[in-house]
Design a protein around this ligand. Structure first.
Ligand code: HEM
Ligand SMILES: *[C@@H]1O[C@H](CO)[C@@H](O)[C@H](O)[C@H]1NC(C)=O
Ligand SMILES: *[C@@H]1O[C@H](CO)[C@@H](O)[C@H](O)[C@H]1NC(C)=O
Ligand SMILES: *[C@@H]1O[C@H](CO)[C@@H](O)[C@H](O)[C@H]1NC(C)=O
Ligand SMILES: *[C@@H]1O[C@H](CO)[C@@H](O)[C@H](O)[C@H]1NC(C)=O
Ligand SMILES: *[C@@H]1O[C@H](CO)[C@@H](O)[C@H](O)[C@H]1NC(C)=O
Ligand SMILES: *[C@@H]1O[C@H](CO)[C@@H](O)[C@H](O)[C@H]1NC(C)=O
Ligand SMILES: *[C@@H]1O[C@H](CO)[C@@H](O)[C@H](O)[C@H]1NC(C)=O
Ligand SMILES: *[C@@H]1O[C@H](CO)[C@@H](O)[C@H](O)[C@H]1NC(C)=O
Ligand SMILES: *[C@@H]1O[C@H](CO)[C@@H](O)[C@H](O)[C@H]1NC(C)=O
Ligand SMILES: *[C@@H]1O[C@H](CO)[C@@H](O)[C@H](O)[C@H]1NC(C)=O
Length: 351
């Protein structure tokens, strides 16, 4: 049996080597910009911390933006590309439209970074660092973000519509959506913990309040006290589509209360509550363990954020370092006088 397993392991290894599909991206490194932009982390922190004074939700919004980037053709800043003659922006995909936030703050970060380290830092790396800063500002963990991603030359609205999980997903559907990205059940439960802060629109959970799964009744796994609160905020036929906190206990903090909420049937989205309320599921033990020890949650959250940040990254001479995050460099309108450099700092283009 042991030798059989070894043979299988070798076959997998050889397949991986020959397919050009990289399982881990050894080339990303926290010190990637040590020489070329030593103040990078500091600059990102300054801009996001300043924005959070007037917008306490911004940290959550930036964490989500990084997630919505990584699940769609990898962490390549494709989500930031605006509509043009050749780009169908992912921002108009159903999971993003009227819902993703933080694009202006990302542009503010990019401007500040360009002022100090011109044509050096990718927008995809800025998103990854901004997500970490979002965690820190919410009282969550910090970590060294592996860097060296390059920005895509295109975007995919159709992948944004198919790859991003929906709030009405069952546990099996959630697991599948994460498996497609190389993320497992532990990653699913740890990363769902990002719903410890930020907001959601009534439309993302309204079916749970009035007509769950076409039963004509509310979701039986929704706490009846919470149900009444949510019904007050989100009337059945209202077109207001109000916002409410994803975490009813500590709405702006990245902590383990998300998991204790699930234990009390106080998860806001069906996709949240499924992790605890699906009978016999292997996610229940993980929810209980993250709820009972916040440091276990934080350790897993960091590991899974780094794993998510590695999905499908462009490296080396793939893609480019965009000069304006909303447009590829070939579309040079409004960018006269800016220079593009490759990952070694050599000048490759002057507009
Ligand atoms: C497991 C599957 C997931 C589903 C079905 C899901 C779905 C949603 C939905 C529907 C919203 C509310 C959007 C709105 O109404 O505007 C939301 C918000 C949010 N999601 Fe997720 N999400 C998932 C996983 C994740 C992951 C992996 C992360 C990050 C690691 C994340 C971070 C966030 C954050 C921080 C917010 C609040 C954003 C803000 O306030 O601007 N979510 N999510
Ligand atoms: C801080 O944020 C405000 C808006 O909230 C903005 O007007 C100002 O330019 C920002 N300052 C810096 C230094 O980023
Ligand atoms: C990109 O599109 C968004 C709306 O989707 C808009 O608010 C923003 O101004 C655009 N950015 C640029 C640089 O044109
Ligand atoms: C370049 O960007 C401008 C500004 O949005 C847009 O109008 C134009 O269609 C883009 N061109 C191409 C080729 O993408
Ligand atoms: C995005 O939302 C706007 C405003 O609600 C709407 O007019 C537009 O049709 C939506 N876009 C797509 C592609 O659904
Ligand atoms: C984007 O570019 C990549 C790499 O060239 C390619 O594999 C992919 O099919 C393109 N996606 C779209 C939507 O054009
Ligand atoms: C998920 O993957 C991590 C490594 O990335 C591993 O430590 C963990 O045990 C895996 N969890 C499951 C349920 O397979
Ligand atoms: C919804 O109803 C279908 C058919 O009755 C059932 O198979 C399914 O498990 C239900 N889903 C949930 C989340 O309760
Ligand atoms: C929805 O939000 C609006 C604006 O914030 C508020 O005036 C209204 O009372 C809210 N509706 C409900 C049902 O809470
Ligand atoms: C909402 O609309 C549905 C369908 O038109 C109707 O059956 C229901 O009574 C309405 N609910 C309220 C509270 O008006
Ligand atoms: C409902 O939530 C409250 C706290 O918000 C909690 O005390 C109660 O035990 C919960 N009910 C159930 C059935 O979990």
């Amino acid at each position: 049996m042991g030798s059989m397993r070894a043979v299988v392991a070798w076959c997998v290894l050889i397949f991986v080597m020959h397919s050009g599909f990289s399982v881990s991206n050894a080339e990303l490194s926290p010190t990637f910009y040590r020489e070329t932009c030593p103040l990078l982390n500091y600059i990102v922190f300054e801009v996001v911390a300043n924005a959070s004074i007037t917008d306490p939700r911004i940290g959550a919004s930036l964490v989500r933006l990084h997630f919505h980037d990584c699940f769609v053709q990898g962490c390549d800043a494709s989500v930031l590309l605006n509509n043009t003659a050749t780009i169908e922006s992912e921002q108009d995909a159903a999971p993003n439209n009227n819902s993703i936030r933080g694009l202006d703050v990302v542009n503010d970060i990019k401007t500040a970074v360009e002022n100090i380290c011109p044509a050096t830092v990718s927008c995809a790396d800025i998103l990854a660092i901004a997500a970490k800063v979002g965690s820190v500002l919410g009282g969550g963990p910090s970590w060294s973000v592996p860097l060296g991603r390059r920005d895509s030359l295109n975007a995919s609205r159709s992948l944004a519509n198919t790859n991003l999980p929906a709030p009405s997903f069952t546990l099996d559907q959630l697991k599948d959506a994460f498996a497609v990205q190389g993320l497992n059940t532990t990653d699913l439960v740890a990363l769902s913990g990002a719903h410890t802060f930020g907001r959601a629109h009534c439309g993302t959970f309204l079916n749970r309040l009035y007509n769950f799964n076409s039963t004509g009744n509310p979701d039986p796994t929704l706490n009846t006290t919470y149900l009444e609160v949510l019904r007050g905020l989100c009337p059945e036929n209202s077109t207001e589509n109000n916002l409410t906190d994803l975490d009813l206990t500590t709405p702006d903090e990245l902590d383990s209360n998300y998991y204790s909420n699930l234990q009390n049937l106080n998860g806001l989205l069906q996709s949240d509550q499924e992790l605890f309320s699906t009978p016999g599921a292997d996610t229940v033990d993980l929810v209980n363990s993250f709820s009972s020890d916040q440091s276990v949650f934080f350790d897993n959250f960091v590991a899974s954020m780094i794993k998510m940040g590695n999905i499908g990254v462009l490296e080396g001479d793939q893609g480019e370092v965009r000069l304006q995050c909303n447009f590829v460099n070939a579309n040079s309108s409004g960018l006269a006088g800016v220079a593009a450099k490759d990952h070694k700092g050599n000048l490759i283009a002057q507009i």
